[in-house]
Design a protein around this ligand. Structure first.
Ligand code: PLP
Length: 499
């Protein structure tokens, strides 16, 4: 069967999976969704004896039907190799009454690696399949995590260049060092005198600049994006939810068919949407618990049915979740918007139009009913800190601030609901990536110490080895020193590409 994709806002234009990956966003501004959600055609018991890579193939082939077996297996092997510091790729740690799914064992020690290590391979394979002759230029603005994960993924991938803009004074010391020491002849990193929004706006302007597109094409280049709305990022994320269930089954932690709740620390709604897709594939996931920090737009949405972004943006200790427009939620809205693809697209387009005009929309009671598997929760900064300390004291396990948001929401949910279903918590970053906040939560004196001093101390406290990703940047030479004003971003790109 050949699975096609369409826009969440219009059911007329249908494309193949590889075309959807190449395009990223549909031409009407909607997101690509599969015209129907596939089901696993192999039992979980059989999958339970397979490796991460084998399960990845069984899951991804259901979504990316126009990739050949050879192509897909090549992408998977190239992505999930010894860039990960464990053969398990995504190990599960049982601590303090929950299963923590560690998604941070890749090159940049955050969960973005799970998808961004394979996206370059999917993209270059898709380009070949569709006879795209141009060299692909990935243009990214980052607040810290995505940029490094995209750099690591695309570095030295033939047929691509990657250019990352970051706010020079707006990222952590570790995050900046990770980016400016990036190797690879095709990688460019530029600090801007501005904030993340300035970087993002500059990149968007380049994407929409028709003249620039023309001169790029003349030179044999094509812009593309590593943004989380690409289905090439969503599909690889479904894999680890299937894998987790299988590992727990294999280890005897779950019985056949036993339900499992999943808690996901959420920003752009990509990770938790992947868990929903896994449930639809046939994995016995019960509740999908969406955990927000103090930017609790999603909590309010799940509890009231109204999505309202008109509110203050709060800076928290879980910066990768500081977001007021959760782009991937649009895919869920589409799926609950009616029975036919046409009805869904029309309803969703209307709501998204309201969102862009008024900053809010409200769904109907019938639509809300279809969300009964989702539970929204949020953690205040104080609760996030407290749970880091509590899990450490009770289980000798140090979690990062994003994971802590999920843990706090889980323990509160469990106490309030009495739901004793076994629970998987998506652990999205290594505590070493957010050492300062983690050490503050553990009530260690931090003010007089550099990030690297704190890292050494965290290693002692947690009795874990400092990840390679951190060791590398301690001594690595700074390669990228380009800095520019916000208005000069396009000039920099033109200089790099010689257009
Ligand atoms: C990106 C990110 C998230 C949020 O994931 P979404 O898919 O955007 O919801 C959570 N934690 C960390 C560490 C991240 O980098």
């Amino acid at each position: 069967m050949n699975l096609l994709y369409q826009s969440t806002r219009d059911n007329h234009e249908q494309v193949t999976a590889s075309q959807a990956i190449l395009k990223g966003l549909a031409s009407d501004g909607g997101l690509f969704v599969p015209t129907e959600l596939p089901k696993l055609n192999i039992s979980l018991e059989v999958l339970a004896s397979m490796s991460y890579q084998q399960i990845a193939y069984e899951v991804m082939k259901l979504f990316l039907t126009d990739f050949s077996e050879e192509e897909l297996k090549h992408c998977i092997t190239a992505a999930y190799d010894d860039k990960f510091d464990t053969k398990e790729i995504a190990p599960i740690k049982k601590s303090d009454g929950a299963y923590y799914l560690e998604l941070f064992h890749g090159a940049t020690i955050a969960f973005k690696d799970m998808a961004l290590s394979i996206l370059p391979h999917l993209l270059t394979t898709a380009a070949k399949k569709n006879e795209v002759k141009e060299e692909i230029v990935i243009l990214t603005a980052t607040s810290g995590d995505t940029g490094k994960a995209a750099l690591a993924g695309f570095a030295d991938v033939p047929g691509t260049k990657i250019i990352v803009f970051y706010p020079k004074d707006g990222v952590s010391q570790v995050q900046e060092m990770q980016m400016v020491t990036q190797k690879g002849d095709n990688a460019y990193v530029i600090g801007i005198h501005g904030n993340f929004d300035d970087a993002q706006t500059g990149v968007k302007e380049m994407f929409n600049n028709k003249e620039l597109a023309k001169s790029l094409q003349d030179k044999g280049y094509l812009f593309s994006s590593a943004n989380s709305i690409n289905i090439g990022r969503l599909v690889p994320q479904v894999v680890y939810y299937v894998y987790s269930y299988c590992r727990l089954l294999h280890a005897g932690e779950l019985n056949k068919g036993e339900p499992l709740n999943v808690v996901v620390p959420t920003g752009n709604f990509g990770n938790i949407l992947a868990a929903y897709f896994a449930k639809e594939l046939g994995v016995p996931i019960s509740k999908l618990i969406c955990a927000s920090n103090e930017n609790k737009v999603l909590y309010d949405f799940f509890t009231t049915g109204e999505y309202n972004r008109n509110r203050e943006f709060i800076l928290t200790s879980s910066p990768s979740m500081d977001i007021l427009i959760s782009s991937n939620l649009e895919r869920l809205i589409y799926m609950i918007s009616g029975e036919t693809t046409e009805e869904r697209a029309i309803t969703n387009a209307t709501l998204m139009n309201q969102l862009s005009k008024e900053g809010k929309y409200e769904i109907t009671p019938q639509m809300r009913q279809k969300l009964s598997d989702f539970i929204g929760g949020y953690a205040k900064e104080k609760e996030t800190k407290a749970v880091i300390k509590r899990v450490y004291e009770k289980a000798d396990y140090v979690i990062d601030t994003h994971t802590a948001v999920a843990a706090s929401v889980y323990y509160n949910y469990k106490a309030a609901s009495g739901d004793a279903t076994k629970t998987l918590i998506a652990s999205t970053a290594s505590p070493y990536k957010f050492t300062r906040s983690v050490m503050e939560a553990l009530e260690v004196e931090t003010e007089s110490k550099s990030d690297f001093e704190l890292i050494d101390q965290l290693s002692e406290i947690s009795k874990t080895k400092i990840p390679q990703a951190i060791e590398e940047i301690r001594t690595a030479p700074v390669i990228h020193k380009m800095v520019c004003e916000t208005e000069k971003m396009q000039e920099m790109v033109e200089k790099i590409l010689r257009v």
